[in-house]
Design a protein around this ligand. Structure first.
Ligand code: ZN
Length: 410
């Protein structure tokens, strides 16, 4: 729970420095069409509008649905039953806490299935998802099992709440920090390969150009990998991930298959911006600060919420875990605008860096336009949606910045 909370904060802030915002693709068959002559974006077509409005609605519905799931868990007294059953069978409190977490996480994973499936069907209906329902379900199962890594941390948190009832949040934060940083470091080498195959970018003209660009950009010894994302999606993307020795730039194979060489170089230039400016690192630092604030608030929130549940003995009682999950979900939702604005600032920096180092303003704009045409990126998202959840500046703004003052575009 706590690790998930911190990791989500960190991940929102930094880990996924993707090039595109909320985007997907229209048709995988439209490979490598020529760059459009007019570098402008018309208003969204009805289908693009409908797709984006559906994804926004799904996001907010998901938050409400997950909160409801926790209330149902408490209402059905599953928290008391599970606590008592574990108490009878296991003597060690840490083991009981870890197993309680596994049980509650299983409940939330199952509860999330119907809405998750609607999200999957939406992606399929618009032609973006290429994976079948079996693979979709297997992915969900893998995510559940991977999430169990958090169990020891949750057990440690409950131990700390019991022995340090006033300052537990600070102690938990100290335990959390190494988890966050080690997690960010090992994620690309331990977790990502469970879902995709990563191979070095093949030798050739593109690789030579990227290596030259890396030297120019001041990137030394960067690992550039290709992920076989086409087995799951037709969307385009690239991102920077990892920390220290595991730092790398990842390009999706869909991007390689679809964009022109100049457009790919333009996008890699943007990713090199994240790399050189150490955005993953700064995202983690921001995530750590945010985690401390949220843990402090969490302590107050859980104590207040527990007044409504007299049958739960206190924050140290395992039966309080769904209440804590509930509070964490609200806190994560409320901090979303802060994380999103932090991320947007980083994305603007990376855009500026990419344009400076590549000089490929037109190709950058053309790649962004491809996100609208092919991936249904919202050309005119509502201001509130941008403020609340956009990790990237709206695509129209990015296109305008790319074309502004470009020697190449004049
Ligand atoms: Zn980015």
């Amino acid at each position: 729970m706590v690790l998930r909370f911190a990791l989500i904060v960190a991940v929102l802030a930094a880990l996924s420095c993707a090039i595109d915002a909320q985007v997907a693709s229209e048709s995988p068959a439209s490979a490598k069409p020529g760059v459009r002559l007019e570098l402008t974006v018309p208003p969204a077509s009805p289908v693009v509008r409908r797709y984006n409005d559906t994804t926004y609605a799904l996001y907010f519905t998901n938050v409400a649905w997950s909160l409801l799931g926790l209330l149902v868990f408490i209402r059905l007294r599953f928290n008391l039953r599970l606590r008592d059953a574990l108490q009878q069978r296991f003597r060690r409190p840490m083991v009981r806490a870890a197993l309680f977490f596994a049980g509650l996480a299983l409940w939330t994973a199952i509860w999330a299935l119907p809405l998750g499936f609607i999200g999957y069907l939406t992606e399929r209906n618009y032609g973006f998802a290429t994976l079948g329902p079996g693979m979709w379900l297997t992915d969900r199962l893998k995510h559940y099992v991977i999430g169990l890594i958090e169990a020891p941390l949750v057990a440690a948190a409950y131990w700390l709440i019991a022995i340090r009832p006033k300052m537990w949040w600070l102690h938990v934060w100290f335990v959390l920090l190494p988890f966050m940083f080690v997690g960010a470091m090992v994620y690309p080498v331990l977790i990502d390969p469970m879902f995709n195959r990563f191979t070095p970018l093949a030798e050739g003209k593109l690789r030579t150009r990227i290596e030259l660009l890396a030297a120019q950009a001041g990137v030394r010894g960067a690992t550039i990998e290709v992920a076989d994302k086409s087995k799951r999606t037709t969307r385009l993307n690239a991102y920077v991930t990892g920390l220290g020795p595991t730092r790398r730039i990842v390009i999706w194979d869909t991007t390689l298959a679809t964009l022109s060489e100049d457009e790919i170089v333009a996008i890699v230039g943007h990713e090199m911006g994240h790399y050189v400016l150490r955005h993953v690192w700064w995202g983690l630092v921001a995530g750590a600060v945010m985690a401390l604030v949220l843990l402090r608030v969490l302590d107050v929130m859980v104590r207040r919420l527990l007044r409504r549940y007299p049958h739960i003995r206190g924050p140290f009682d395992l039966a309080s875990m769904p209440v804590a999950f509930f509070a964490i979900a609200i806190l994560l939702f409320v901090q979303q605008p802060i994380a999103a604005s932090f991320s947007r600032a980083q994305e603007r920096q990376a855009d500026a860096f990419g344009l400076r180092v590549t000089g490929l303003n037109k190709a950058t704009a053309a790649a962004f336009i491809r996100f609208v045409d092919r991936d249904f990126a919202d050309p005119d998202p509502p201001a509130f949606i941008v403020w609340w959840m956009y990790s990237h500046p709206p695509i129209r703004e990015r296109i305008a910045s790319a074309l502004n003052g470009s020697p190449e575009s004049q």
